[in-house]
Design a binder for this molecule. Structure first.
Ligand SMILES: Cc1cc2nc3c(=O)[nH]c(=O)nc-3n(C[C@H](O)[C@H](O)[C@H](O)COP(=O)(O)O)c2cc1C
Length: 335
């Protein structure tokens, strides 16, 4: 055997590669253009795919090729019934209300204010989508029952503390029923009034006017504190049902200062031509008046800021403009 034939000669394939280099370049160029064409086709296909052409709203309806129902929006996630009671009447009313609400298929919690620390917990209600009902009695000199003393003290301090501000409880929804007796004249239902006022001052949204239970059968609007409560409860339940359905409330076109937003928002729910007010984010008629005390009548629409002693700088500017304009109108004109 020739030993020379056993050894590899690397030079000959390299030389042949060099000679055929143009064919190699051509092969690469062909492969590259094939790859580009392939990419273009893929991109075109993606553009035409149903995912891109289907509107987002319809896409949300489709899951794995099946049409699914749109996610149901939750307007009310539950009801919390807070009570402040000494001799048990408010607690009894809380139980009655909880039982009456069982038909609404909503989680209902009864909370003794004695066991509740507003410092830790009240802020939860800003985002909870709960509706909070407060049933609170008034005692000697307009004081709360012992069980609600800390809650009321905290709430009063927070409402008057600028660090909390007037939006601290923005998003929380509430209604108050106060228990009292009108024989106590100036202290009649003070605690109910105050709780309602302080929550309002902290920016919480009053879903209905405060109820006043009067143990004085001569003066009680419905004849007794029980009857007052029954009337309030009926109204509260129907209000809750409406909120639960996400219904908007008719403002009757009485919105002051042209602030009615019913024409501007939410046409998807509002019936055509109806004059309605958005329920959740802004303050409605019941919400407007800070110290309103009515049993049945709806309080008139009054702007939150107008009844608030603190005026925004922006509003101050508007007021000044208005005053200037009025002064100019009053000035005697030279003839
Ligand atoms: C000693 C005493 C003092 C009261 N002081 C007031 C008062 O100042 N203002 C008021 O509106 N009601 C007052 N009431 C009436 C209670 O608020 C009323 O009876 C209420 O229904 C009691 O609720 P409760 O059983 O849940 O504690 C007083 C009642 C008692 C027994």
């Amino acid at each position: 055997m020739d030993p020379a034939s056993d050894t590899w000669d690397f030079s000959s394939p390299l030389i042949s590669l060099w000679i055929n280099r143009f064919y190699i370049y051509l092969g690469f160029a062909f492969g590259f253009s094939l790859w580009i064409c392939f990419q273009i086709v893929i991109r075109k296909q993606n553009k035409n795919s149903p995912e891109k052409t289907t509107p987002k709203a319809s896409q949300n309806l489709m899951t794995n090729g099946y049409i699914s129902r749109p996610k149901k929006e939750v307007f009310v996630s539950g009801v919390k019934i807070f009570y402040g009671s000494q001799t048990g009447t408010a607690k009894g009313f809380a139980t009655i209300l909880a039982e009456a609400l069982s038909s609404l298929n909503l989680p209902v919690a009864m909370i003794n204010l004695k066991d509740y620390d507003p410092d830790d917990r009240l802020i939860e209600e800003v985002t909870s989508k709960n509706v909070c009902a407060f049933l609170v009695a008034t005692y000697t000199d307009g004081q709360p029952p012992e069980s609600a003393a800390w809650f009321c003290k905290w709430l009063e301090e927070a409402a008057n503390d600028f660090r909390f501000g007037k939006t601290y409880l923005k998003g929380m929804r509430y209604a108050v029923f106060g228990l009292g007796n009108s024989v106590y004249l100036s202290h009649f239902n003070t605690v109910g009034k105050n709780v309602d006022k302080w929550l309002w001052m902290l920016g919480a949204h009053r879903v209905m006017t405060r109820g006043e239970g009067d143990g004085n059968v001569v003066k009680s609007k419905h004849g007794s504190v029980e009857a007052d409560f029954t009337a309030w409860k009926t109204k509260f339940i129907s209000r809750l049902q409406a909120l639960h359905k996400g219904e908007r409330k008719h403002c009757g076109g009485n919105c002051k200062k042209g602030k009615c937003e019913s024409n501007q928002r939410g046409s998807e729910v509002a019936e055509p031509g109806s004059h309605v007010q958005e329920e959740l984010p802004h303050r409605d008629a019941e919400d407007e008046e800070p110290f309103g005390s009515t049993n049945e009548e709806e309080s008139d629409t009054e702007d939150h800021q107008s009844s608030n002693p603190v005026i925004d700088v922006e509003d101050l500017g508007k007021i000044m403009d208005h005053v200037k304009k009025e002064k100019q109108d009053v000035k005697p004109r030279r003839i």
